[in-house]
Write a protein that binds this ligand. Structure first.
Ligand code: RUB
Length: 317
């Protein structure tokens, strides 16, 4: 049997996702689909069977990078379900068309979601953000586009400081930004009108998996009656949770938390670095998607409609 060649774009994309040079659930999805497109467009397969093997191997390489954002398997699922044809050429053409369609839908979904999220925001409002979410920024950008004047409190988001990216992009929108350390969020919640966060995965019961620190933010926001809004395109819905699977929480390198010298100077310690946490639905006021906003408890209906009862993993079939 001929050896399976992974396209250099797939390898590069996988390495960049693992190293978080490509990060954030929607961006990971777009890059994953693009890499699969390169694999298909420049396939060296001589038979349809080899083509399928190539795509499955590429998909597995991409899946092995980060486990939590369901947008990655959802991107693969979308493209695999559109692969069709008798010859390698036909199979490649349908794959590339599926990738183009997926990427176009991602853009459209984010625009539609942004327009819906913007309706929650009033002129003069202050928004508190955690991490960096393109879905959240789409809501703020749409509100600014409607002429609303907003300001933002931005949590730095240890250990990787994705809040710095959020702060920069908000400044590009001319939104005044106050950058705070994560532990200061409670101090500011009385001054803010909404907390807006993104999601990496949303489970069938409406639990929201997002960057570590989201849960404690949500609990404190509820205590202050500050609305907690999750901006998440439907590719963040995890169909595997319909059949009882749980979302795997990525644990990242201890070196992201503390450098070796500092650590050694402290003495014998353990270091934990979970990258995400789970916010129960009771702390979430609304999930804003491209199809409208939903209370978290009813997101299961959207999930069933979009994915059916049984989630497939076509890259293993
Ligand atoms: C990113 C993160 C973001 C979601 C949503 O984590 O938790 O809130 O992925 O982002 P990391 P988006 O930096 O570890 O990837 O709205 O852009 O999909």
């Amino acid at each position: 049997m001929a050896s399976i060649e992974i396209h250099p774009d797939v390898e590069a994309t996988a390495e960049e996702i693992a190293a978080m040079e490509i990060r954030g659930a929607a961006t990971i999805a777009a890059a994953t689909a693009g890499a699969l497109g390169s694999q298909a467009a420049e396939s060296t397969a001589e038979t349809p069977e080899q083509f399928h093997d190539e795509l499955q191997t590429a998909a597995q390489r991409l899946l092995d990078t980060r486990p939590t954002a369901v947008s990655l398997p959802n991107a693969l699922r979308y493209v695999f379900e559109r692969i069709d044809g008798e010859t390698v050429e036909e199979l490649a053409t349908s794959t590339v068309a599926g990738v183009d369609e997926f990427q176009h839908r991602l853009d459209t979904a984010q625009d539609d979601l942004g327009a819906i999220g913007a309706n929650r925001l009033r002129d003069g409002d202050t928004v508190l953000t955690h991490c960096h979410s393109t879905d959240v920024l789409a809501c703020i950008e749409a509100a600014v586009g409607q002429g609303k004047s907003l300001s933002a409190i931005v949590k730095e988001t240890r250990p990787r400081n994705q809040g710095h990216i959020t702060a920069k992009q908000l400044r590009e929108l001319d939104v005044p930004v106050t950058l705070i350390v994560d532990g200061a969020a409670g101090r500011y919640l009385d001054e803010v009108d909404h907390v807006f966060v993104g999601a990496d995965s949303i489970a069938a019961d409406g639990s929201v998996v997002n960057k570590i620190g989201t849960r404690s933010l949500a609990v404190t926001a509820r205590e202050r009656d500050t609305p907690m809004v999750v901006a998440a395109q439907t590719i963040k819905l995890d169909p595997a949770t319909l059949s009882g699977h749980t979302v795997e929480i990525e644990s990242r390198s201890e070196a992201e938390v503390i450098d070796t010298d500092r650590r050694e100077s402290i003495g014998e310690i353990e270091v934990g670095n979970p990258a995400f946490d789970v916010t129960p639905p009771r702390y979430v006021d609304a999930i804003v998607t491209e199809h409208g906003q939903f209370p978290p408890e009813s997101i299961v209906m959207v999930m069933r409609e979009l994915f059916g009862e049984h989630h497939r993993t076509p890259w293993t079939e």
